[in-house]
Design a protein around this ligand. Sequence first.
Ligand code: PMT
Length: 228
Amino acid sequence: MYLKNRKAIVTGGPTREWIDPVRFISNPSSGKMGAALADECSRRARDTVFIHGPIEPSLISMAPYRCVAVETTADMLAAVSRELEENAVLIMAAAPADYSPVTRANRKIKKSGKKMSLELARTPDILKVVAAMKKEGRISELFVVGFAAETNDIEEYALKKLAEKNLDMICLNDVSRKDAGFGTDTNILTIFARDGMRKELPLVSKQEAAARIVDEIDARLPRFLISC
Ligand code: PMT
C-alpha cells in the first residue's frame, strides 16, 4: 500500500571478478529471484529499477522497468549508490562476488604443470556501505532488505547479517535444500524482520515468494514519506 509512492531498487544475479581475459570468479546465481522481485515491485511501486549482473537476457526481455547491467561487485555498488533516494526500498537479492583477484592479467595466463595460487582481496560489501551511508546521515529513510544464502547454522548467520548490515528484513535461503536457492525456479525462504517477525514460506515459485516478500515489506513501510 505504501510502496506505491516509493522507488524500488532491486538487485539480482551474480557478479564477475576477472582473473584474466578468459577466466573469472563468480557463482551460480541466475537472477531469477531478483527478476521475480523486480516484476512484483513494478506492479506495486512508483518506479522500479533492476540492477543485475550477467544473467540470461530472456529473464528481462519483456521487463516493464529500467534494467541496469553491471559486471563486478564494485560496479554494482556504484549503480546502487546512483539509484538511492530518500524513501526508497532496496532489495539486495544479488549474489555479489565477495573476493576479487588483486591483479587482473591483461593476457591469458598460460597453463603450466606447476601449482598456481591466486591472491584475492575483499570486494566492497554493498549493504555495509549503504548502512554506513545511513549512519552518516547521507540518506535517512531507506527500507533495506537483504538475502542470506547459507548451508549451515542458517538462522544464526541470517540473524547476524540482519544486525551487522543494519537491515529492516532478511530472507534466508537454505541453499542445501533441493529446489531452493541458486538457479532453481522455486525457493524455500524464512523471512526475518527487525521487529522480530519470523515467517517460514513453504516451497513456492520464485514469483510467489517475491509476492510474499513484497507483502511483508509493504506492511512495514513508514506511513509517511519524509520530504527531501
Ligand atoms: O539468482 P537465483 O539463481 O534466483 O538465486 C537466488 C539467490 C540464492 C542468489 C538469492 O535468493 C540470494 O540468496 N541472494 C544473496 C546471496 C548472497 O550473496 O548471500 P550472502 O549471504 O553472501 O550475502 C548477504 C547479503 O549481502 C545479500 O543480500 C547480498 O546481496 C549482500 N552482499 C553480499 C556481498 C557483497 N559484497 N555485498 C552485499 O551487499
